[in-house]
Design a protein around this ligand. Structure first.
Ligand code: HEM
Length: 399
């Protein structure tokens, strides 16, 4: 019976836009992974890397030429899209400011943003996680990091950044692609304006460091400032928003883990790593090698489109054992997850993201230990940056 069901599932084409897939991508990816850690998807013609070691290796190959160059039309010559020194040298401009020790100076500010978001909440209040905390925290922190007085956290800007980020979707419909490109045009114009303002208000921040380096001309050019900053906008905001919602959802759906964390707050850091493993918002990243590459013994031909399935690697039984699909905040090797990527393009904001997650989860757990999920239909709209459109919780203090 189990075999028949499995074969039926295998016969299904892979449809990452289907609501059932979006609700639970892990089951479908598990079925694919059973066929092998490297899989040539007949529907899309793309090479899927599914095993932990294969994804780890795949993320470390060159990014390669963009698969659809029109996706980069508004942000050409983006250093983060490059390989080798044209990528590594501009990346080094901001790397020291985003190290673990450096980002701790934003902890108090993060705490005050979360405290303000919860200020009028009492036991029994509803918290709309995405709207009330999810967005505020990374938007305000990004604003501080970039030295922009007040991030315009408008619906319009959110829509542009979200759609521009969605240009990394490997499976868009033509309509989505067109909408996302239009949004990218609006975002490019907006960041141009912010950059013009910033040139007159230089300070001790990331944006000013990038402008100074571009003007010096050694490692990057002035026209690369807008693409550079746009990557920080995109990569730092919606990822953290979604990871916050996914983490709270996973913990509340696994009540024993929520309670364990309350009893042992010292587990918070490891819990965040396990949540990043169990529910990584960045579900996959793409590569497009210009030459043949060998991944764990399999040769992938030059020009192939490669999808490195982070969401699958993080649940690979060969790495995590039979309990791979369980949330276990005491898991000793949780840090081996690939939620932040690997290699030269590994997330430069990972310490900032971790700090944000520690602050949000730690604060809600402490102030509202009896918090419950509200019965709701979650809407999942992205196959690449996973997260519910909104998540409502009933906050409850200890009874
Ligand atoms: C939970 C939150 C986050 C997740 C899950 C996440 C995930 C990732 C992943 C998987 C990559 C690798 C991309 C690739 O290999 O193609 C990446 C790259 C990047 N991330 Fe994050 N990220 C998060 C938060 C942030 C934050 C807060 C920042 C802000 C500074 C940031 C900035 C970047 C940048 C600039 C890159 C490109 C790095 C490069 O190409 O050298 N991310 N992120």
């Amino acid at each position: 019976m189990a075999v028949e069901r499995e074969e039926a599932l295998r016969a299904e084409p892979f449809r990452p836009q289907d609501p059932a897939y979006l609700r639970d991508p892990y089951s479908a990816l598990g079925v694919l992974r059973e066929q092998g850690p490297v899989f040539l998807d007949p529907g899309s013609g793309m090479w899927f890397l599914l095993g932990h070691d294969e994804v780890d290796a795949g993320l470390q190959i060159v990014r390669g030429e963009p698969t659809l160059p029109e996706r980069l039309a508004y942000f050409p010559a983006n250093p983060f899209q490059a390989d080798g020194p044209p990528h590594a040298e501009p990346r080094r401009i901001i790397a020291p400011m985003l190290r673990n020790r450096s980002v701790q100076r934003y902890r108090e500010r993060a705490q005050s943003i979360v405290d303000a978001a919860l200020a009028d909440k009492q036991s029994g209040s509803t918290l709309r996680v995405v709207e009330e905390i999810g967005f505020r925290l990374p938007y305000h922190l990004t604003c501080d990091l970039l030295g922009i007085p007040d991030v315009d956290n408008s619906d319009e800007l959110r829509d542009w950044t979200w759609k521009t980020l969605e240009l990394i979707d490997a499976f868009p419909t033509p309509q989505q692609l067109q909408d996302n490109l239009e949004a990218a045009g609006c975002l490019a114009a907006h960041i141009e304006e912010v950059a013009t303002w910033k040139r007159r208000h230089l300070g001790d921040d990331l944006f000013s460091a990038v402008i100074a380096a571009a003007d010096a001309g050694d490692v990057m050019r002035p026209e690369q400032v807008v693409p550079y900053i746009h990557t920080l906008y995109l990569a730092g905001m919606h990822t953290t928003v979604n990871q916050t919602a996914l983490s709270l959802l996973a913990l509340l759906e696994h009540r024993d883990q929520w309670e364990l964390l309350q009893k042992q707050p010292s587990l918070l850091e490891n819990a965040v790593e396990e949540l990043l493993r169990f529910e990584p918002t960045a579900q996959y990243m793409r590569r497009h090698p210009g030459q043949d590459v060998e991944i764990c013994g399999v040769t992938i031909p030059a020009g192939a489109q490669v999808v490195c399935w982070i969401a699958s690697a993080n649940r690979d039984e060969r790495q995590w054992g039979r309990a791979a699909d369980e949330l276990d905040i005491t898991r000793e090797d949780a840090r081996q997850h690939v939620a932040f990527g690997k290699g030269a393009h590994v997330c430069i904001g990972s310490w900032l993201a971790r700090m944000e997650l520690h602050v949000v989860l730690g604060t809600i757990l402490e102030r509202f230990p009896e918090t419950q999920l509200i019965d709701q239909d979650l809407i999942w709209s992205s196959n690449v940056i996973r997260g519910p459109d909104e998540l409502r919780l009933e906050l409850r203090t200890a009874s």
